[in-house]
Design a protein around this ligand. Structure first.
Ligand code: GLC
Length: 823
């Protein structure tokens, strides 16, 4: 063998050992139990050689499983995600031969001792999930759990994943990565949410594998009968949620990791971004164009060029000489300004943020203790150690001057963290973080770096301006990150495929606990056709974050850049968003209170449709079902409606549920449907959310089947402060009851102490061509006016609300009112 050949062989061997093929690692499985310990009435620990397994029942439907190897002692339980306390429960323990059962009213966790294996049954005794033969195993520092994968079981969740909703037969990695122009197969992406649902014909369960280390999920790609999840290092800690419905699993999960705080209402308006609006005159021009063309908009973004040499917390004196005046002028025109804040702090001893960060020892260090320096936009940068409470506090204080200048929102980017001049695109894994997190280095913190950055931002801004709800937008995050920031899906591409991916990714994020999501409308990279932009904007109406963005060097992509016909279409689309704002705000309040997201896939919501794994149709809140157009030149849309009755929003045509229909979808119309029995709260078009909103309040009524009924909600508050947390909100239920000749609208008295501004109320009945013969309010008072009810085929929601419907004085919030409309 020549020297070169030998060298080649060695090199090949080295590769094989350095990167053992998946599944070829030597795994040491958890064996027979040597002993048991009854820790508390709700937990039990099994010892097997040098491995230990603990089961803790946290609530009637939630269990925590932990496994460790070594001296049998668990490291102190730490979690970046879990903050919540669950309701405690009574656990009944029983031994039956080789098995210990821990029973609650909602589930049974069974531990078999020879070998140590787990099984989870629902309250009815049906098995939801059980360990596969390999159970839990270790290989070096890696740890992994294997589960039986019954035929037909499918998997939903996993946070920001592109491709299909059903993740069966896929392998996924969790490692926050800056990956521009990703494709449907690219994995991993920017965010880590190691939480998923197993959905079968009989039920649903959830698993949250709480590991910040690089982790992976093999959902039957390697084997047809088992799936597995594991991490490169650390103890194994996972939470099991017994459901039994997907909505309950999510409620149990968000009970642990928390929900999104209620966003400021303005952040639900249309947001316009590009890399970059600069100089100041260009920002003014864009703002003026929105107002001149009467295209509503609430938010303008400043990307990296507003800064002095990309130094965060500074202004570029040349292009933004008077930021305070600029922002005040924008604010007068109804615009909020959001600026980008990246984590990298330029190494520059003349730069205040660098000097104070260094003086306070707030930066990440190399293993040898020297400062870690890596390149990002400003060139060489130091990186704040967001895992340290002291560094977070220091970071939070940096926002003071920008807040004083009038900045109202914060866009945290590059926080995977992304580092340019390394092969791994991030910092070395053995970089040192603060001792308050313990050992593990960057490898143990990489996936939470972005989340902790948003935490530092959120908490800092909140303490500096306690009367405002902070708006933070992030690219990287970890489970529970919704407590601090909304998320967008990174650097996508202007293509029809990416439009589809945007929807799947937003749905996956939504069911993974992050409801405040959106994609770069129109595509970040590349230039969309007018039609693609218009369709993307239409989908944007039904993504909580509605933000258009564009990369540098791309042609302008503002909504008016595609020719007059498309300007009119795009304007009407954004107007639709503003009309629906009272509904949208109500839906987002529900998400913040219960964790149930605005965007819900059919399979999440509708137990009868467990097999409808479509990522192309979705619920938006309780009462709207959306079937967006996601393909080029499509002007008709076939859609399978969920159970119940549904009205086409545009035509008021009524359809029974569980049917497949085809509707018109011309370029200016996104097909969507409203539940029969719903009252949709809407408002007239405004140019920005605070502009005289909500007068009148327009309730669009979608009558239930004669004999039937339905209930919707309306939630309101001041839209910007935290007073709602002290009771200053107004929530009303709106009930509908129908007979052949009559529609009853029952407005409940309002819950909460918030007094909405005085206004009128317009009731409009969908699909009703008849003019009412009589309208009674509480049996007595007649309405102010019965306006012409269109009665045309298009029920004319598109026209000014004042052209049709029944105009009433808005009832006092303390009153419950019944309106009877007779035909
Ligand atoms: C990253 C972001 C992108 C931003 C750009 C410049 O690529 O994902 O949204 O415009 O950086 O800041």
């Amino acid at each position: 063998m020549s020297l070169t050949m030998r060298f080649r062989c060695h090199w090949l061997l080295a590769l094989v050992f350095a990167f053992p093929l998946r599944g070829h690692a030597q795994w040491r499985t958890l064996g027979n139990a040597d002993s048991l310990r009854d820790d508390t009435p709700a937990s039990i620990t099994a010892f097997s050689g040098d491995a230990t397994l603990r089961i803790e029942i946290l609530s009637p439907t939630v269990a925590r499983i932990r496994a460790t190897k070594g001296d049998g002692r668990f490291a102190p339980l730490t979690s970046w995600a879990v903050t919540g306390k669950l309701p405690t429960t009574t656990v009944r323990k029983a031994r039956q031969g080789d098995t210990i059962h821990l029973r609650t009213d909602g589930m049974t966790v069974s531990l078999t001792l020879h070998p140590v294996r787990l099984k989870f049954d629902d309250a009815g005794g049906r098995t939801l999930n059980e360990d596969a033969e390999k159970g839990i195993a270790w290989s070096g520092r890696q740890v992994r759990a294997w589960k039986v994968m019954p035929p037909g079981e499918k998997y939903l969740g996993f946070g920001e994943k592109a491709g299909l909703l059903n993740r069966r037969e896929t392998h996924m990695t969790m490692w926050n990565t800056d990956i521009p122009a990703y494709t449907a197969d690219t994995d991993p992406l920017y965010q880590t949410i190691p939480f998923f649902y197993g959905i079968t014909d009989v039920g649903c369960y959830g698993i949250f594998f709480d590991s910040p280390y690089r982790s992976s999920f093999d959902m039957g790609k390697e084997s047809r009968s088992e799936y597995s999840f594991g991490a490169e290092d650390g103890d194994l800690t996972y939470y099991f949620f017994a459901g039994p419905t997907a909505a309950q699993v999510l409620e149990q999960y968000t009970g642990l990791v928390g929900t999104m705080p209620l966003p400021p209402r303005w952040s639900l308006g249309y947001q316009q971004c590009r890399w970059s609006y600069t100089p100041e005159s260009r920002v003014r021009e864009v703002a003026a164009q929105f107002r001149a063309l009467r295209i509503p908009c609430d938010v303008l973004y400043l990307d990296i060029d507003y800064m002095e040499g990309y130094r965060v917390f500074t202004w570029n004196g040349k292009s933004f000489p008077q930021p305070r005046t600029l922002l005040a002028d924008l604010s007068r025109e109804g615009f909020k300004t959001v600026v980008i804040i990246d984590p990298g702090i330029k190494v520059d001893t003349a730069y205040q943020a660098y000097r104070s960060g260094l003086a306070g020892d707030h930066f990440v260090r190399r293993k040898d203790g020297t400062l870690f320096v890596g390149d990002v936009w400003p060139g060489p940068c130091a990186f704040p150690d967001f895992s340290s409470a002291a560094a977070r506090t220091w970071w939070g204080k940096q926002f003071g001057p920008l807040i004083a200048d009038g900045v109202r929102g914060w866009w945290n980017d590059m926080n995977e963290p992304s580092v340019f001049n390394t092969l791994t695109k991030t910092m070395p894994l053995d970089n040192r973080h603060r001792p308050d997190w313990g050992p593990g280095g960057h490898a143990a913190l990489h996936n939470v770096y972005g989340m902790q950055m948003t935490r530092a931002t959120y908490e800092g801004v909140r303490s500096l301006s306690p009367d405002w709800r902070p708006f933070v937008l992030t690219r990287a995050s970890y489970a529970g990150g919704e407590r601090y920031a909304a998320a967008w899906t990174g650097d996508n591409v202007a293509s029809w495929e990416h439009l589809k991916m945007a929807l799947t990714m937003c749905l996956n994020l939504s069911v993974s606990g992050q409801p405040f999501v959106g994609s770069d409308i129109g595509g970040f990279i590349g230039y969309p056709s007018p039609e693609l932009f218009a369709r993307w904007l239409q989908l944007g109406v039904f993504t909580p974050l509605m933000r258009a963005h564009s990369a540098i060097n791309e042609r302008n992509k503002e909504p008016w850049e595609f020719g007059d016909r498309w300007t009119a279409i795009n304007r009407a689309t954004i107007e639709l968003r503003y009309r629906l704002l009272p509904y949208l705000y109500t839906v987002m309040e529900q998400a913040s209170r219960t964790g149930t997201p605005a965007m819900r896939p059919v399979v999440f919501t509708s137990p009868l449709h467990r097999n409808r794994w479509t990522g192309e149709e979705f619920f938006f809140g309780n009462d709207i079902f959306v079937a967006p157009v996601l393909s080029e030149a499509q002007t008709r849309r076939t859609v399978t409606l969920p159970e119940g009755g549904w009205y086409d929003f545009w035509t008021s045509q009524r359809y029974p549920g569980d049917t497949t229909i085809t509707v018109d979808a011309p370029a200016d119309r996104i097909p969507f449907f409203v539940r029969a029995g719903a009252a949709l709260p809407t408002q007239p078009v405004v140019q920005f959310t605070d502009e005289a909103s909500l007068d009148p309040l327009i309730l669009l009524l979608f009558p239930p089947h004669p004999g039937g009924g339905g209930t919707s909600d309306l939630y309101e508050d001041d839209g910007s402060s935290f007073e709602y947390a002290h009771g200053a909100f107004a929530r009303r239920a709106i009930g509908l009851r129908s007979t052949d000749r009559e529609l009853r609208v029952i407005l409940s008295a309002s819950e909460g102490s918030y007094v909405p501004p005085a206004r009128q109320l317009v009731l409009r009945v969908a699909g009703e061509a008849r003019r009412p013969t009589r309208v009674l309010v509480d049996g007595r008072v007649t309405p102010e006016r019965i306006m012409e009810t269109g009665g045309r085929e298009s029920a004319s929601w598109e026209e000014d609300a004042k052209s049709g419907g029944i105009l009433l004085k808005m009832p006092d919030r303390r009153e419950s009112v019944t309106v009877i409309i007779t035909y």
